[in-house]
Write a protein that binds this ligand. Sequence first.
Ligand code: NAP
Length: 293
Amino acid sequence: MQILDGKKAAQSIKDELKLEVAQLVNDGKKAPHLAAILVGTNGASETYVASKVKSCAEVGFKSTLIRFEEEISEMKLLDTIEELNNDPDVDGILVQLPLPAHISEEEVINTIDPEKDVDGFHPANVGKMVQGLPSFVAATPYGIMLLLQHYKIDTKGKHAIVIGRSNIVGRPMSILLSSNTNPGNCTVTICHSQTKNLRELCLQGDIIIAALGRADFVRADMVKEGAVVIDVGITRVEDASKKSGFRLKGDVDFENVAPKCAYITPVPGGVGPMTIAALLKNTFRSCAMKNYE
Ligand code: NAP
């Protein structure tokens, strides 16, 4: 069994980006600029945005963090996005989800200029991704593709089981894995809460992508020997021994599943860092596209 070390793979992507940014600046071009919007004070969202901002600094990107109170109106948020759309210095815009219930995530996503939509959630980018056209691909599935590529995992002709069909993880993941690309060319089964015989389906999986958000859901008796298991889930479970009072758990019962796997991602240190690396790559691409216009 080999651990797919997302932290290490992400670091090598960041090292490359750092060199590319230095080259851009050396050529008299501007460095990439990511603008992040955070609404409210959700603990997990705070942590995610903080690590995105920190990673920008590591690779030489400029970043701007715009914070709003939970009560901000949808109109004010949409106006701010429009301002960022029109700001030529901003290459990428991300609005950290989830948003408070009174704000429509759909409206927010649709307002972001698709050319600055480095989270890859805008329907224009999703449509292009489905058609295999150049686009911004949602950071988590894109990060997983980069991880498979980094470890040269052979995916061609394999049966991939994707558990979860959200717009930000499961669905785009299923499309990327089924695409005529490398990594890709899988035969994909996408599962959700209404799927029957999930255990039997998982047992057929050469590759399992667990993205449902239920701690320890994928057990050893659901995984065949030699499978590649990618654990996307992040659930906070109480842990009095930790200063924070919680620890992070994946969707896979790592301890019992890992011995059966050819490859497996840990949580934390697997998909999480790759998601950030993918976001940085999207932001760099947005900036580079403008630089060469
Ligand atoms: P989500 O929007 O809640 O979607 C969860 C999906 O899992 C849904 O499609 C749901 O089915 C399915 N599901 C729920 N219970 C199931 C069950 N018992 N059996 C089969 N399918 C089931 O979640 P998400 O945004 O995709 O995120 C999934 C997990 O990944 C979460 O833990 C999240 O924190 C984590 N995540 C991690 C990263 C990272 O960077 N590592 C990034 C994004 C998300 P229905 O559609 O039928 O409801």
